[in-house]
Design a protein around this ligand. Structure first.
Ligand code: GLC
Ligand code: CA
Length: 561
């Protein structure tokens, strides 16, 4: 809702919690809701406005809660509905907001709808899912993100059911109006409790052509990209907005794989009344190779600037809104992937990355531990990985793609989703203060050094730097409103950009290398009266000068009027 013409979620910073790995309160090695409650003051002290929780609903945990068996119940391991109600009250009492994950492309195969559906083709719930009856012979080619095929044969109904993810995640049939009504009803249940929004999982995938025509392989060399934007997708989202979202003062963010900036405008253009913003993947794809995500490439800076700029420009022109992120529960750790996690540069590069992202237009998302500069996991054995994707990749790469075990383990170390899922590092005590028991996934051995207690005791920590970045966003409206303009697009070391307002502007300069760079800012940039608003170097020049020595991973932001 607009207050004095301002929209709260445009000025907000979101903190993402992966509940399984955040804080265990009852000593079973698994994070839970009461654990989160006990850490709310910590989150509040960072200065963020919104908390997003990954799925907390009843689930057999084939995909850590992204396989939901009851949308209106809390996962047993995470606590009870009373715990949730208390969490929501405690969040609101601190003037924070809470958003939940909405996972409605699929349910768990243990959801009562699917249990009914697979009883017989005549069962009223059969049409809640997508089936390919045996009479029609082999189902059309559709790979699964987590398995070889997205079709699994069900003996009882004598039909294959569709699952874009694991076989324990059958896809819902959104073409069925009853399914949509059931989802909207469930959403109202949570909004009526008082939650402040949803992050919508895999949302471009929900709409499908039930005839499953052959995929045009010229148009979609990567078969998965054909899954997005099926028929009626935007009608469904518009309908969801009309029937549910528009009735509440909430925020929505769609997770939109396979979506370019032009397509994103369709979701986020305010006048279309669908979603507020989306998570795009374009910057996540820059280090892919012919085998996709599991590759050893580093992200080239010129390409990164191009992609980020495209989104900044398109969302601005298209009346949409960006969400800004370096990492989440599905990605490697930001500092390892985009920065430098060596002893020498970990903190400084983590701060640089934070600066580069948080000065852009959009709503920034901080993933738990990012504010500590937490690094990728240090696993050396396959047994240490827990993620369904990691296990599938290991099988695929070693058995089908001919990679050695060592090389595949190295790829998992670089890219596995478990890198982001190791327990939050709270202090130097056993299990990093995450739990009294052995955690469900191994703690990173660097916890004795990298932990929240140390960060809070060090005024120069990544934590306090993030705190300052967030405070700046709240102080300076230009960070929300200013027009973004890239400088020096072809420079391979420095990311330089402006944010321009009517009378003021920001100059943002970030060194993405471990070298000292003598940098000359584009001569068009003039700033006679300027002041440094933030830098990760204490001796950064107080005033802007067009010739500047950029120290390794240096970040310098100047404000001028
Ligand atoms: C999204 C989630 C991911 C999950 C998948 C299936 O990509 O972020 O964690 O595995 O959807 O629900
Ligand atoms: Ca627990």
């Amino acid at each position: 809702m607009e207050q004095n013409n301002r929209i709260w979620w445009k000025e907000a910073v979101v903190y993402q919690i992966y509940p399984r790995s955040f804080k265990d309160s009852n000593g079973d090695g698994i994070g839970d809701l009461c654990g989160i409650i006990s850490c709310l003051d910590y989150i509040k002290s960072l200065g963020v406005d919104v908390i997003w929780l990954n799925p907390i609903y009843a689930s057999p945990n084939d995909d850590n809660g992204y396989d939901i068996s009851d949308y209106r119940a809390i996962m047993k391991e995470f606590g009870t509905m009373e715990d949730f109600d208390l969490l929501l009250r405690e969040v609101h009492a601190r003037n924070l907001k809470l958003i939940l994950d909405l996972v409605v492309n699929h349910t768990s195969d243990e959801h009562p709808w699917f249990q009914e559906a697979r009883k017989s083709r005549k069962n009223p719930y059969y049409t809640y899912y997508h089936w390919w009856p045996v009479e029609q012979e082999t189902p059309p080619l559709r790979p699964s993100y987590f398995e070889e095929s997205a079709w699994t044969y069900d003996l009882h109904t004598r039909a294959w059911y569709l699952h874009y993810f694991s076989r324990k995640q059958p896809d819902l049939n959104w073409e069925n109006r009853e399914v949509r009504e059931a989802v909207y009803d469930m959403m109202r249940f949570w909004f009526d409790k008082g939650i402040d929004g949803f992050r919508m999982d895999s949302i471009p995938l929900i709409a499908k052509d039930p005839a499953f025509p052959p995929i045009d392989r010229k148009k979609y060399p990567d078969l998965f990209s054909s899954y997005a934007h099926g028929p009626h997708l935007h009608e469904y989202l518009h309908e969801m907005n009309r029937e549910v979202l528009s009735k509440y003062d909430i925020m929505t963010v769609g997770e939109t794989p396979h979506t370019n900036a032009d397509e994103a405008a369709l979701y986020t253009d305010e006048s279309r009344k669908e979603l507020n913003m989306v998570f795009h993947f374009d910057h996540m794809h820059l280090d892919y190779d012919e085998n996709g995500k599991y590759a050893t490439n580093r992200v080239p800076l010129v390409a990164l600037k191009k992609v980020m700029t495209q989104w900044q420009d398109k969302m601005h022109e298209g009346n949409g809104w960006n969400s800004l992120y370096w990492c989440n529960h599905d990605q490697a750790r930001a500092v390892t992937r985009f920065g430098n996690d060596s002893e020498e540069y970990r903190e400084i590069s983590a701060k640089m990355l934070g600066t580069c992202l948080h000065m852009m237009q959009g709503t920034p998302y901080i993933y738990e531990g990012e504010e500590l500069g937490m690094t990728n996991a240090d696993f050396t054995k396959l047994e240490e990985y827990k993620d369904v994707e990691a296990l599938d990749i290991f099988k695929d790469f070693t058995e089908r793609k001919g990679f050695s075990k060592e090389d595949t383990l190295h790829l998992l170390h670089l890219k596995s989703r478990d890198n982001a899922r190791t327990p939050m590092q709270w202090d130097a005590s056993e299990n990093a203060g995450f739990s009294e028991a052995q955690p469900w996934i191994r703690v990173n051995a660097n916890y004795k050094k990298i932990n929240a207690e140390n960060a809070l005791a060090d005024s120069d920590s990544v934590f306090y730097y993030y705190q300052k970045l967030i405070a700046l966003r709240h102080e300076l409206p230009i960070i929300t409103d200013g027009v973004y303009e890239l400088l020096d697009a072809e420079n391979e070391k420095i990311y330089a950009y402006l944010r321009k307002g009517e009378k003021e502007s920001l100059i943002v300069l970030c060194n993405f290398t471990d070298e000292t760079v003598e940098y000359e800012v584009d001569e068009s940039v003039k700033a006679e009266r300027s002041k440094l608003v933030i830098s990760n170097y204490k001796d950064a020049p107080e005033k802007f000068a067009s010739k500047i020595t950029m120290k390794p991973y240096g970040a310098y932001v100047y404000y001028t009027k």
